[in-house]
Design a protein around this ligand. Sequence first.
Ligand SMILES: C[S@@+](CC[C@H](N)C(=O)[O-])C[C@H]1O[C@@H](n2cnc3c(N)ncnc32)[C@H](O)[C@@H]1O
Length: 243
Amino acid sequence: MRPRTADPPSGNPAPPDEIRTMFDRIAPIYDAMNTVMTAGLDARWRASAARACRLEPGQSAIDVACGTGGLTRALAAVVGPSGRVVGIDASGAMLRVARRRRASSASGRVEYVLGDALSLPAADDAFDAATIAFGLRNVADYECCVAELARVTRPGGRIVVLELATPERGLARVIASTWFERVVPTLGRLAGGGSAYGYLPASVRAYPEPRLVARLMAEAGLADVTWRRLRPGLVTLHVGRVA
Ligand SMILES: C[S@@+](CC[C@H](N)C(=O)[O-])C[C@H]1O[C@@H](n2cnc3c(N)ncnc32)[C@H](O)[C@@H]1O
């Protein structure tokens, strides 16, 4: 008899308080570490996520686990001066950095709110789109988080999930695993981030594979769920529509 396949993990097992404290600690180095770790590609990936929302000028979006607000500002640029974007994060220190960063002058109104991705401080159907970038991997209940994104988005609006992923095969996989498993944790420690950058590859390994994330989104009631890898294969972009 073939062994039963283990159920995919339903959420990050680390205590949420520890995750928040870790992000509070690394907030001052977070943006610089991202640029170094991804050779600046992270900004392009967030721009792809913002485009995938298919927002029109004047519309609204919520960016959950917004951190220092990179995607929040990209969304604000898409919706323009008459639009509105709310960034939500559990870490006060990450939000303080976000509030210091200026959106471009042609951007929509941006507001940052302290809150939990598993119980969003927003009304049902309040936004035209919802995003989460490099955040879903960190929450204690993936399904609940996707359900919350769907709850606060109006019918027809899009849910976009950007997340790190292990490249499927070949040289990219070898380079990525050496870089993220060995070099990045050392760089992070040297930059003052303690063990946070050792947590990063472990959390990517523990995160469900892309087709399971797509299934989870469909099971949360989202329609037309699609996903693709963004070049060079280190991140996935999942998109679904609120039915
Ligand atoms: C890797 S950072 C991603 C930040 C940002 N989205 C980006 O693109 O860089 C993960 C963020 O998720 C936040 N976070 C983790 N668990 C959360 C939760 N339950 N509710 C809200 N934010 C959470 C952390 O505080 C952190 O700012």
